[in-house]
Design a binder for this molecule. Structure first.
Ligand SMILES: [Zn+2]
Length: 300
């Protein structure tokens, strides 16, 4: 047995590992742009198959939570959902923002026309990934394309609709309003044979953009474009959302993790996150972005 082996090698009853493990802490710093947003109404996915019951928020899991009812602690359940489309919305905003600022950048399309010959490439953009050989544009450098990975990661904590204000969930959850609209697409002899639910969210929520790998001017471009984000969704058939950006924070977020041995000689991971705000770097990034714009115009 593992326990007796460690006894023999150390001559103590405790595992010798216990003295080594505190030195195993690994700290990984990341730069995160935290975005506080509000939506009065949002349906954040650009399409579902009419015949399916796919909702417009990705259903994740159902969990139990505790809340206080006077002196009593009670248990209830809620469902967690994922807000889809945040990265796409940011990508779109950055692209249109760059055009407004006079830069020619990658469009999201890598084809000039569709099968019917309709143009897919609006004026002021180049085809996705076509700049990599000559002069890579700043949007491609950040978002990449097929075969070229993106430098950033966009994420949001799962959302749930919990009416008990004193709730304590087992994982970090953002509490928002979630409404479901049931629709019947097809009926036969008065019975619904195809129906689907569409979910909307409303309220304040936060999302994060990991910009650790970005240069100052790339950070500045992302910060400026994020300030002007005003929609989420808006896809081909059903997306609808109004987005209001309420605030931004640039932080250095350091995750410290260390393994901790249990009595059964397994390891659990202890995690601690330190956060430090970087207001100077935020301002410097915007200055670097303005310089990038000036230099671009000088060359053209
Ligand atoms: Zn490009």
């Amino acid at each position: 047995m593992a326990k007796s082996t460690s006894k023999r090698s150390s001559g103590k009853t405790e595992s010798p590992l216990k003295t080594i493990i505190p030195d195993q802490t690994i700290s990984i710093p990341r730069k995160i742009l935290k975005v506080k947003a509000f939506t009065p109404i949002c349906k954040p996915l650009n399409g579902s198959l009419p015949s399916s019951k796919i909702s417009h928020l990705l259903k994740l899991w159902t969990f139990e939570y505790q809340y206080k009812n006077g002196k009593e602690t009670k248990t209830s359940t809620a469902t967690a959902y994922m807000i889809k489309g945040l990265r796409g919305a940011l990508r779109h905003q950055v692209m249109t923002h760059c055009k407004e600022r006079g830069l020619e950048v990658c469009h999201t399309s890598d084809k000039e026309t569709d099968q019917k010959g309709n143009s897919l490439l609006p004026e002021g953009f180049h085809l996705l990934g076509s700049c990599t050989d000559s002069d890579e544009c700043i949007v491609h450098a950040v978002f990449g394309s097929k075969g070229n990975s993106s430098k950033i990661r966009v994420s949001a904590k799962p959302i749930a609709n919990i009416s008990h204000k004193t709730f304590q969930a087992p994982v970090s959850i953002q509490n928002v309003q979630i409404a479901t609209e049931k629709r019947v697409a097809l009926t036969f002899e008065g019975k619904a044979i195809q129906d689907f639910g569409e979910r909307y969210l409303a309220g304040e929520f936060e999302f994060e953009i990991d910009i650790t790998k970005c240069t100052p001017e790339e950070m500045g471009m992302i910060i400026e474009a994020t300030m002007y984000m005003h929609k989420l969704g808006g896809g081909y058939n059903a997306g609808y959302a109004e987005l209001q950006i309420k605030g931004l924070d640039l932080v250095k977020s350091t995750t410290n993790r260390q393994p901790k041995i249990t009595d059964q000689n397994s390891f659990t991971i202890e995690e601690e996150i330190d956060e430090e705000k970087l207001p100077e770097e935020f301002t410097n990034a915007l200055t670097a972005w303005k310089k990038h714009l000036r230099e671009y115009k000088e060359v053209k």
